[in-house]
Design a protein around this ligand. Structure first.
Ligand code: PHE
Length: 353
């Protein structure tokens, strides 16, 4: 084939090349090992010596030209590919990212930690006690023998195993702590879930947390109990909270008391004397229902029978105990009106904390 014809044919075909595959087959057709240009180069050796220089010059010039054209085409295709992918795979880096939901502690956990932190400052250690109890520890050792009428204060979930039940309060933990530490002094709080076989309402759940408190020593009095609880009320609810002690009854404490805090909404204006920070008259307060006081817990001095069951000699040792409900405390503090919100996994509720 004439070199000029070869040049025209090669360049025309290269012009029509539109992708990498076509380019590489063009390359092997002309520049490859058996390509047309390679054949033309090999022909030099077959020519008579006097024709070789001029032919050689021409064929080498053609080789340079085709190589240059090939490189140009190659980079042209490359540029086209970049332009295409930029257009087709466009990425808008200015779009807002997908929000990552932030987890948080359950309000019951937050309030529980607040409560335990306050008692830690007062020197109370945390003691964990079991949720599945026996009748003996939940009732009998707490001074409630079988058929004792006070058992009716706690509607109980019994299991299919006779004498095994879900604890109705954290008080059986008192027995476990005393038996473990006797005769040493004790200052513990016992947090945990309790269960009661009750109608579920906005004010009562079949499961709820309690924090039991227990202090045993050789010179512990009701004054220590009142001091501890009034300090706690001030720290938990903030401000200048006052507490009120009322007479009560529990089989495992003597005397037994119930503790109220002055209403955090109306400040118990009428009930506890005038208050500069009251926001509404006590008579129209829905939180304390016009009484000026909110009931927060039950407490008392550990009954001698209970001390003895724990291994302590009531002639030498005294103690106080209290039981408070963190859900109830949270409802008072944050104005939550329905206790069922705590365990219903309602996100609109949980997200507020
Ligand atoms: N255990 C009692 C209840 O659940 C509360 C309480 C605890 C009372 C300790 C006195 C002393 O109602």
């Amino acid at each position: 084939m004439e070199l000029e014809q070869l040049r025209q044919q090669a360049l025309a075909q290269l012009e029509a090349v539109a992708d990498e595959t076509a380019l590489s087959s063009w390359n092997s057709q002309y520049l490859g090992k058996n390509g047309l240009l390679t054949q033309a180069l090999k022909r030099i050796a077959q020519l008579p010596p006097q024709e070789r220089p001029s032919y050689g010059q021409q064929v080498n010039a053609l080789k340079e030209a085709l190589l240059a054209a090939f490189e140009r085409k190659k980079s042209e295709l490359h540029q086209q590919e970049i332009a295409r992918s930029l257009a087709a795979e466009a990425l808008d880096v200015t779009l807002p990212g997908r929000p990552v939901l932030r987890g948080r502690l359950h309000p019951a956990t937050q309030v529980m930690r607040d409560i335990l932190a306050i008692f830690a400052e007062l020197g109370f250690q945390v003691y964990r006690s079991r949720e599945v109890e026996d009748d003996l520890t939940n009732f009998e050792l707490l001074n409630m023998p079988p058929h004792h009428p006070a058992r009716d204060l706690w509607d109980t979930f019994h299991t299919t195993v006779p004498g095994v039940l879900l604890r109705t309060h954290t008080s059986p933990g008192q027995i476990h702590v005393m038996r473990q530490y006797c005769p040493r002094p004790i200052r513990v709080v016992l947090p945990g879930m309790c269960y009661r076989y009750e109608q579920i309402t906005a004010r009562s759940e079949i499961q709820f947390q309690q924090v039991e408190g227990l202090a045993i020593g050789e010179s512990i009095s009701l004054a220590d109990l009142i001091g501890t609880l009034s300090t706690f009320a001030k720290r938990f609810f903030g401000g200048d909270r006052r507490i009120r002690i009322r007479n009560s009854y529990f089989p495992f404490t003597e005397p037994s008391i119930e503790v109220d805090v002055d209403c955090i909404l109306c400040q118990g204006e009428n009930a506890a004397g005038p208050s500069a920070t009251a926001t509404l008259p006590v008579s129209s307060c829905t939180l304390c229902k016009g009484t000026g006081w909110l009931e927060i817990l039950g407490a008392g001095m550990v009954h001698p029978v209970v001390l003895r069951h724990g291994g302590y000699d009531p002639e030498r040792f005294q103690g106080f105990a209290f039981g408070l409900g963190p859900q109830r405390m949270a409802m008072l503090k944050y104005g939550i009106h329905d206790i069922r919100l705590f365990w219903s996994n309602a996100r609109h509720f949980l997200e507020q904390f």
